[in-house]
Design a protein around this ligand. Structure first.
Ligand code: NAD
Ligand code: ZN
Ligand code: ZN
Length: 377
């Protein structure tokens, strides 16, 4: 089959790789209809991780069940399904409590597994024609037959649940004010989720004009950090006050406002400042244990300079980590089916799988409006 293969920094190619096979009675093989490119794929694409050439990318996968292992109870050939980017068993101590992003079974020696991702286990990615789904009864979420909501459902694999996870970590409640940093797909979905949860004001900080414009269209308040300190801008617009909740949807590749340089602690610093005492910070943005290729000397050692004393003084709480997609995706699917959510407003491109090299290049440069790309095998 054809698949998107990582060749080295800033290079992917569409190549022939072996078709996946049923390896365990609870596996299914899915014929992929959509696999999105994610901001997280860019961490590998840019050569900032230990990912070795040869890895097949793709953790945001949707398709039609093609082949069913003999132990599968709930799925049949022809079922339309979307898979959480997490590979999880469903029965370990963490899965049992809903922490499927930290499954203890699927990736020995590490809590958590994913498709097509460095250090996340032996699971080949789905930017390909076919995908093997382990523990399929648990991992494949069934969708209504047909092709309705195709783009909305594709986002259930990662970023809609991940944005929602940001609001869950921050416990966003009706009437609250929220500051979301980052208007990429994850930040956009966090802002959208905060509005769905009834937040009164949702400020979204970024500097990419099209991304900020989208946020305005959904009813959030765009803040352009290239025009000045975002913390001060939010305060000015919020009657001089801070906000109830803060969400970091940027992660360690944050750009220092006013400069072009990377400053991995800048967003954490800003949300500690902008969130009012007793507030909560939700941090779905990715931070890595060490960043040897990074520019910040502390981050190279896996340390960040953040105002921890201020965080303590304010009595702030925070939540971090991979999204437990399985915990939310059924409910978010049903919001889509009910017509109460339409996350596909962030999809910018549907692209044939064969054009993945160009799509990666443009998405990486964040040019020509490349915001969220769905690859079609
Ligand atoms: N926790 C999870 O399970 C999970 C899942 C998916 C993605 N992620 C992570 O979430 C983060 C965002 O993902 P994405 O796909 O939206 O990425 P993205 O790179 O498309 O978006 C990040 C946005 O942040 C903006 N930005 C940069 N510096 C900023 C600053 N100082 N203040 C405000 N905005 C700033 C950029 O302009 C960009 O638009 C990444 O770190 C990604 O790895 C986490
Ligand atoms: Zn993703
Ligand atoms: Zn598990």
């Amino acid at each position: 089959m054809r698949a998107v293969v990582y060749k080295g920094p800033f290079k992917v190619a569409v190549e022939q790789v072996p078709d996946p096979k049923i390896q365990h009675p609870n596996d299914v093989i899915v014929h992929i209809t959509s696999s999105c490119i994610c901001g997280s794929d860019l961490h590998m694409y840019e050569g900032r991780t230990a990912a070795q050439p040869g890895i097949v990318f793709g953790h945001e996968n949707m398709g039609i069940v093609e082949e069913v292992g003999p132990g599968v109870a709930t799925l049949r050939k022809g079922d339309r399904v979307v898979m959480p980017f997490n590979v999880a068993c469903g029965f370990c101590k963490n899965c049992e409590r809903g922490f499927t992003g930290f499954c203890l079974t699927v990736n020995p020696g590490f809590a958590g597994g994913a498709y097509g991702y460095v250090a996340m286990g032996p699971y080949t990615g789905g930017q390909a024609e076919y995908l093997r789904v382990p523990f399929a009864d648990f991992n494949a979420l069934k969708l209504p037959k047909g092709t309705e909501h195709e783009e909305d459902f594709a986002l259930l694999a990662d970023i809609f649940p991940t944005g929602y996870h940001g609001t869950e970590l921050a416990q966003v409640s009706p009437g609250e004010s929220v500051a979301v940093f980052g208007a990429g797909p994850v930040g956009a979905m966090a802002a959208y989720s905060a509005l769905i949860r009834g937040a009164a004001q949702v400020y979204v900080v970024d500097r990419v004009p099209e991304r900020l414009q989208k946020m305005k269209e959904i009813g959030a308040i765009p803040i352009d950090f290239s025009k000045g300190d975002p913390v001060q801008q939010i305060r000015n617009m919020h009657g001089g006050d801070g906000v109830d909740k803060g969400i970091d949807a940027v992660g360690y590749q944050a750009v220092e406002p006013g400069k072009e340089t990377e400053a991995p602690a800048t967003v954490l610093d800003a949300i500690v400042q902008i969130v009012n005492p007793t507030g909560i910070l939700g941090i779905p943005g990715l931070y890595v244990p060490t960043d040897p290729g990074g520019v910040d000397p502390h981050a190279k050692q896996g340390r960040l300079l953040i105002p921890f004393g201020k965080l303590f003084e304010k009595g702030l709480r925070l939540g971090t980590g991979q999204c437990n997609v399985k915990r939310y995706n059924r409910y978010l699917r049903d919001l889509i089916i009910a017509g109460r959510a339409k996350p596909s407003f962030i999809v910018s491109h549907n692209t044939p799988l064969n054009d993945a090299p160009t799509a990666y290049e443009k998405f990486d440069k964040r040019i020509e409006g490349y915001t969220k790309v769905i690859l079609k095998p």
